[in-house]
Design a protein around this ligand. Structure first.
Ligand SMILES: [Zn+2]
Length: 79
């Protein structure tokens, strides 16, 4: 991974999102470009967690430790 955002809205191509006002798992995350519903907050958190974990797995030698609670499982495995 090179730090470049990989996410893009399938409707308009925008990499921007709008978070729900209340961060409940079932709340809707929308596209910041066209306002299309992209999915739930729970789904978005899962996507981000998988993306960060994939970057972590791609580091061949030096282990990366992240204290982001979204990937707490990966941190526990690193310790
Ligand atoms: Zn869009």
């Amino acid at each position: 991974m090179d730090g470049t955002a990989r996410f893009a809205c399938s409707v308009c191509g925008s990499p921007s999102i709008v978070l729900p006002a209340v961060l409940a798992d079932e709340a809707v995350v929308s596209c910041g470009g066209c306002q299309s519903a992209l999915g739930s907050w729970l789904g978005y958190k899962s996507y981000v967690s998988r993306s960060i974990h994939a970057e972590y797995e791609a580091v061949p030698v030096q282990p990366m430790i992240c204290v982001d609670p979204i990937i707490a499982r990966a941190l526990a495995e690193a310790l």
